[in-house]
Design a binder for this molecule. Structure first.
Ligand SMILES: *[C@@H]1O[C@H](CO)[C@@H](O)[C@H](O)[C@H]1NC(C)=O
Ligand SMILES: *[C@@H]1O[C@H](CO)[C@@H](O)[C@H](O)[C@H]1NC(C)=O
Length: 518
């Protein structure tokens, strides 16, 4: 008889098992073989892999890991406990000894802002950035700068995947001051030089009349795809408001500019882009094929709940971090990196009636929505009714009293908030964790509140957000950690290892306090 799998030496069996997803290992346990059961039960490696999967993180592959597996497992558990209990904090401040402009971005380990405005144009001409985690010998907390030497209206990044910083510039022509050129300049963050993977380091997007004003933009990058929306809110006609899809490495446009009504965009997967349609109150899903020759196309629409008459969605901002990525080229020093496939997506909706403007937060559970879209039939006419996808894939949050100043409030499966009035009446920081394993564990343990925070499960619930017709059901529960200490921040932000509290001056951010959690 040829040798069977179970005739292999135990260490080889273990190496094979280590490549299986958790469900398959569970099946091996259930199949009742004692040898297999013994190997699985006694393996720290399998426990460590399982814990990573359950926590929605992966080990940082670029760290020189000196620890053994059981120590890494302990470190991961320690990290999860610290986030849940708001413990294990060290705190340091980042001073801004310059006046930034309002454009900003938060990477897995760095904070980026527009550099001081040019006095003539009152716009940034580049981007300054600083490390957020505590300084070490290898990464001192000094500001770096990348200069475009042109007026910059916005920027976006793909730092972990490509070390890429993309700036959107707006330059009136010397020869024809009535016209301006809108371009995207592609830089390598670490060198400040044009990005080596870009065949052409400047993408010329369009020429536009200066009387249209500056566009509002959103720029998202995943893989070789760069998605850019340009909306001229100050120009009444609104016929120049468009979405552009580029292969940023070849410099080629992937499709004709497409008319849109909303600025925000977000990748659901590397080949799927969510394009919110505020007029239609729906989320359109654009499929971007993996080969340049095939045209992107809209494949599905997910309808939002019915709105009251005379109420409109004014604006939808989007955020999900980390972005879907094909590779990791530049990583932080964090031991564990949140996995893009598990990361929640945050939509900040601004809803306007004749008398009032209200903000709402809609959290989308990315893996659940992807599963549902895979199973859903292609759209016939209208797309997916809210009831067919919304309750099971989303969570609505009451954002009436929440600071919506920054949208960079989510990483992995966590979302961080602080009260809108916190600068006047200090308020707790709340961390909402949508990881289902953690919800179950918290439900089961009834763990007592810790010294730094109170922790509770917020179960499925119903909310009638202002401007909407009917109560909205959200089936996704979460764990809420509410700090005991109160803070006066104007906004809180979150990245891989930290919660950042921002204080604002008259207009722009003045200082940042970093609560390092790990
Ligand atoms: C984008 O362009 C690069 C360089 O020309 C090419 O290798 C790559 O396949 C293109 N990407 C897609 C999605 O076609
Ligand atoms: C948080 O702290 C409490 C009390 O100190 C403890 O019982 C609990 O296990 C901790 N939670 C986690 C997730 O470790």
């Amino acid at each position: 008889m040829p040798p069977q799998f179970l005739d292999l030496p135990p260490e080889l069996i273990l190496s094979c098992l280590a490549n299986l997803p958790r469900v398959d290992i569970d099946s091996c346990v259930k199949c009742g073989n004692r040898l297999l059961h013994g190997i699985i039960a006694s393996s720290v490696l399998l426990r460590y892999l399982r814990e990573q999967e359950l926590a929605g993180v992966e080990e940082n592959p670029s760290l020189p890991w000196a620890l053994g597996i059981s120590e890494r497992l302990a470190k991961l558990k320690e990290r999860e406990t610290a986030w849940q209990n708001f413990s294990g904090l060290s705190t340091h401040s980042i001073a801004l000894d310059f006046v930034p402009t309002g454009i900003y971005e938060l990477g897995s380990d760095i904070f980026l802002v527009g550099n001081p405005a040019d006095p003539l144009t009152r716009m940034s001409t580049g981007v300054k950035y600083v490390n957020t985690s505590p300084a070490s010998n290898s990464t001192p907390s000094e500001w770096g700068e990348v200069k475009a030497d042109k007026p910059v209206i916005d920027f976006g990044t793909a730092l972990e995947e490509h070390d890429l910083l993309a700036m959107v510039t707006y330059t009136p022509y010397d020869t024809d001051p009535q016209m301006a050129s809108v371009d995207v300049m592609l830089f390598s963050l670490s060198t400040g030089a044009p990005h080596p993977l870009a065949a052409n380091p400047t993408l010329h997007i369009q020429d536009v009349q200066v009387d249209h004003g500056h566009p509002y933009t959103s720029l998202e990058i995943s893989g070789t795809t760069l998605a850019l929306s340009l909306l001229y809110w100050d120009y009444d006609e609104r016929d120049c408001d468009t979405l552009h899809i580029y292969n940023w490495t070849s410099g080629e446009a992937r499709m004709e500019p497409y008319g849109v009504y909303n600025t925000g965009l977000i990748f659901l997967r590397e080949d799927l882009l969510i394009v919110p349609d505020t007029l239609g109150a729906q989320l359109d899903i654009l499929y971007i094929p993996p080969a340049d020759d095939d045209l992107p196309q809209f494949v599905q629409s997910c309808l939002l709940p019915a709105m009251k008459p005379d109420t409109i969605i004014h604006d939808i901002q989007c955020r999900g971090a980390p972005n879907p990525r094909a590779a990791l080229r530049r990583t932080s020093r964090a031991p564990f990196l949140p996995r893009p496939s598990d990361a929640i997506i945050l939509l900040g909706l601004q809803v306007a009636s004749e008398t009032d403007i209200a903000n709402h937060i809609l959290v989308i559970h990315r893996p659940t929505l992807l599963r549902l879209l895979d199973a859903a039939a292609p759209p016939e006419g209208k797309g997916l009714e809210w009831a067919a996808w919304g309750p099971q894939c989303t969570r609505w949050l009451d954002a009436r009293d929440v600071s919506m100043r920054y949208i960079t409030t989510t990483v992995g499966q966590r979302l961080v908030t602080i009260g809108r009035d916190a600068p006047d009446v200090p308020a707790p920081i709340r961390v909402l964790n949508f990881n289902s394993r953690d919800v179950e564990a918290q439900r089961g343990s009834g763990a007592p509140d810790g010294p730094h925070a109170t922790v509770r499960v917020v179960e499925a619930g119903t909310l009638t957000p202002e401007g909407f017709e009917e109560p909205i059901v959200s089936l996704i529960p979460f764990v809420e950690t509410c700090s005991r200490e109160l803070f006066d921040y104007g906004a809180v932000l979150i990245n891989d290892e930290n919660i950042l509290g921002a204080r604002f001056g008259e207009r722009n951010v003045e200082s940042i306090v970093v609560h390092h959690i790990g």
